[in-house]
Write a protein that binds this ligand. Structure first.
Ligand code: NAG
Ligand code: NAG
Length: 351
């Protein structure tokens, strides 16, 4: 476990790991996952979208060594999280064949690459908007109620951790590249729009019985290899403007979450992704990495989905030392470090 060496872990973390490993009994009854490509485990495989990752070399370091639709060489941060919580399987992609019967009784994954807080971002790429993800969640709840009855189902919904990862696509795959949107809103105003969707999303989730919710904040967008290529004007340094926008979004996310915590019985944790990822990028060797600018897959610039594929020239043979797998997404090794951070920050959700 790489993160153990790199990070200070509270004694509680060790207790959690110890119990989940020895007991085999998960800490929470289920895990429900919403959002974008950072957490999608294959929903986009079933859509007519160009944003897919169900071909090699995606998945080459996964347990099956096969592409699954995860935008990564191996496991996502949420896969590690599921393991740390004591689950022996990952929540199935809701649109996949596996999403049926008792597989649904420990959660499901509704996330879709290129989705975001702003429904238009998802529509642009024919991905599943957050609004539609909530509709699927309602449908999912009906199926579960039919299987185990209302009372047990309610316990599952209120006890499960609901994880949300969104916002990056709204900026990188929409706002910054659409002159009309960019002209219509300052990034501050655009963030406010996203906040209003975030607030609605959490309230709807709460209305559906969710009581334990974790949301990741924005990564340092300006350090994503694709962002450096697109917006870095030939420099190979992180794009400061994009990082400032992400930081300011994150401040709003904190304050909006603070007001949402007024909902009785709601545990809502904002997971800090920004700083840990920035640390990995600026001080790679502290976490055992040697490459934090270039992505492993392809030439490491714009390569994702369409461009990171089996014909990509120059894909690295060993992604362990790379912070980024493709132009937008962390490697499995970086995800493991992030998941260690999530674990430390998430105790409120399991206590
Ligand atoms: C958000 O809140 C967390 C926890 O209080 C804090 O560590 C973080 O710096 C805040 N982020 C911003 C951008 O204000
Ligand atoms: C991959 O690289 C890491 C260090 O970055 C090293 O520890 C590991 O042994 C390498 N794996 C293989 C299969 O070469």
């Amino acid at each position: 476990m790489r993160f153990l060496s790199g990070l200070f872990l509270g004694s509680l973390a060790i207790v959690v790991l110890f119990f989940s490993v020895t007991n085999g009994d998960p800490f929470v009854p289920g895990l429900m996952i919403f959002g974008d490509s950072v957490v999608d485990v294959g929903n986009n495989n079933n859509l007519y979208t160009v944003v897919k990752a169900n071909f090699p070399p995606y998945g080459r370091d996964f347990i099956s060594h096969k592409p699954t639709g995860r935008f990564c060489n191996g496991k996502l941060a949420t896969d590690f999280t599921a393991e740390y919580l004591g689950f022996t399987s990952y929540p199935p992609a809701y649109l996949s064949q596996e999403a049926k019967g008792k597989n649904l009784l420990t959660g499901a994954n509704f996330a879709s690459g290129a989705s975001g807080y702003y429904d238009e971002t998802a529509h642009l790429y024919s991905a599943i908007s957050l609004t539609q993800q909530l509709n699927y969640y309602k449908e999912y709840q009906k199926k579960v109620v039919n299987m185990i009855g209302q009372k047990r189902a309610n316990a599952l919904f209120s006890g499960s951790i609901h994880l949300l990862s969104a916002g990056s696509s709204d900026f990188i795959q929409n706002y910054y590249i659409d002159p009309i949107l960019y002209g219509a809103y300052t990034s501050d105003q655009f963030s406010d729009r996203l906040m209003s969707s975030y607030s609605t999303f959490i309230q709807t989730l709460y209305g559906l019985g969710a009581r334990r919710v974790g949301v990741t904040n924005l990564p340092p967008l300006g350090c994503l290899p694709a962002a450096i290529t697109l917006f870095g004007r030939g420099s190979n340094q992180c794009v400061a403007r994009l990082n400032r926008d992400a930081f300011s979004f994150n401040r709003k996310l904190n304050s909006t979450s603070e007001s949402l915590r007024r909902l009785p019985g709601l545990k809502l944790v904002v997971f800090e992704i920004y700083q840990p990822l920035l640390d990995m990028v600026t001080k790679p060797s502290d976490n055992g990495f040697f490459e934090s600018r270039r992505a492993c897959c392809g030439t490491g610039t714009l390569e994702t989905s369409l461009l990171c594929n089996s014909r990509s020239i120059g894909t690295c043979s060993n992604a362990t030392g790379y912070v980024f797998w493709d132009g937008f997404h962390p490697s499995e090794a970086a995800n493991e470090v992030l998941a260690g951070d999530l674990l430390q920050q998430g105790f409120d959700l399991i206590s």
